[in-house]
Write a protein of this length. Structure first.
Length: 82
């Protein structure tokens, strides 16, 4: 591939636009959960995303939408706050 690029007189890069921030998108984010490797469907199943907005784990994406999770931690018995 690098040799072909070196011989080319002109190179045109085509990129989508990230739907979240408007930067050039280099990834496609799947929006629906599926066990299949490739899901063929209409719009609404995939979104163009830039590197910053792309989420590698869809489960994390859903957790971020729900907001931060707060974990209550109790003190061990016999300790006092100072």
């Amino acid at each position: 591939m690098p040799r072909l690029l070196a011989m080319a007189e002109e190179i045109t890069k085509l990129l989508a636009i990230c739907v979240r921030c408007g930067n050039p998108a280099v990834h496609t984010q799947r929006l629906v959960e599926s066990e299949e490797l490739i899901v063929v469907g209409a719009s609404g199943m995939y979104e163009a995303r830039c590197r910053r907005c792309f989420e590698t784990n869809p489960a994390l994406a859903n957790a971020k939408k729900e907001g931060p999770q707060l974990i209550a931690r109790g003190r061990a018995a016999g300790t006092t706050a100072k």
